[in-house]
Design a protein around this ligand. Structure first.
Ligand SMILES: CC(C)(COP(=O)(O)OP(=O)(O)OC[C@H]1O[C@@H](n2cnc3c(N)ncnc32)[C@H](O)[C@@H]1OP(=O)(O)O)[C@@H](O)C(=O)NCCC(=O)NCCSC(=O)CCC(=O)c1ccccc1C(=O)O
Length: 282
């Protein structure tokens, strides 16, 4: 199925109930599609999002991912409070049928952080609760002028002590992060931009056009350089896990060198490796 939005011919693929996965011009667009609940997520939504982000990661044609919500009323209103059980969120899967709730948005947050391609959050309307945390986890955020941001946890009996707390604090500063969580106020797009939580604010009718323009600009850049910069920025705040990702990238680059390939070839050819050919760099 093809949909033309802001001059882009989006090609839909995948079999999903709660999300939409589309690609065009080297961009993947992943949309939470539960507008009747302001795009609140349930476990099923999160499993589908993980699948779609994996598809975008594995597609070598895709260089940038746009993450958004259906309609112009909300990007995402966090966890679906209507299916919240006593220990997490319920669904139709076998785990839920045993009466065990899930808290699986954290897996998605980690996936977005580790994904070696820029993820741009495109926010119209609400980015609230776990929805705001998701946009904080994205590399960039483009907001429409009708966007509203905030945390609700202490109001609805929840909190996010992971990225939702300390990555938010790293993004907006400690005092502001405390204000956001302790008071549960809602902030306009312009206020969110001033506190460093979004990159730019545009009129709602120009939201997708602007987001695609940012994606196209990134697609002109070196994919490996973008990957390394994302890994480097996240490594500092992700500690050992971030360093592990960065170390993996270093190994990948080394594998691509003649020097590493000499080691592999020598083993396969049952000879001594000729590493003398390679410079001992200063
Ligand atoms: C966002 C609002 C302020 C918008 O208000 P308004 O414009 O007046 O619209 P409404 O009439 O309220 O909403 C329209 C419609 O949508 C339904 N809805 C909205 N949000 C949700 C939701 N989150 N869940 C279920 N349904 C929702 C609403 O009920 C209406 O439908 P009706 O049929 O008319 O009833 C306002 O809607 C609002 O405040 N929403 C709730 C925001 C919220 O509190 N979100 C949850 C925060 S907690 C969270 O996100 C989970 C955290 C989490 O994920 C997590 C954290 C740490 C570890 C693990 C996890 C994890 O994995 O879960």
């Amino acid at each position: 199925m093809t949909a033309v939005v802001s001059g882009v011919e989006w090609q839909r693929s995948g079999e999903y109930a709660d999300i939409i996965y589309e690609t065009a011009e080297g961009i993947a667009k992943i949309t939470i599609n539960r507008p009747e609940r302001h795009n609140a997520f349930r476990p099923q939504t999160l499993f589908e999002l993980q699948d779609a982000f994996n598809a975008a990661r594995d597609d070598s044609e895709v260089g940038v991912i746009i993450f958004t919500g259906a309609g112009d009323q909300a990007f995402c209103s966090g966890g679906d409070q209507k299916i919240r059980g006593d220990d997490g969120y319920m669904g139709d899967d076998t785990v839920a049928r045993q009466g065990i709730g899930r808290l699986n948005v954290l897996d998605l947050q980690v996936q977005i952080r580790r994904l070696p391609k820029p993820v741009v959050c495109m926010v119209a309307g609400w980015a609230i609760g776990g929805g705001n945390v998701l946009q904080v986890c994205c590399d960039l955020t483009i907001a429409a002028d009708n966007a509203r941001f905030g945390q609700t946890g202490p109001k609805v009996g929840s909190f996010d002590g992971g990225y939702g707390s300390w990555l938010l604090a790293q993004t907006v500063g400690l005092k502001k992060a405390r204000e956001i969580w302790y008071l549960c106020r809602q902030y306009t797009a312009e206020e969110a931009r001033e506190m460093g939580m979004v990159n730019t604010v545009v009129p709602l009718e120009r939201l997708e056009e602007e987001t695609v323009a940012w994606a196209r600009e990134m697609l002109e850049k070196s994919p490996l350089a973008l990957r390394m910069v994302k890994g480097a920025i996240n490594a500092v705040s992700d500690g050992a896990a971030g360093m592990q990702q960065f170390a993996g990238d270093a190994t990948m680059l080394y594998y691509m060198s003649d020097e590493a390939q000499e080691g592999r070839d020598a083993f396969k050819e049952k000879r001594r490796p000729e590493f003398d050919r390679f410079p001992r760099r200063p």
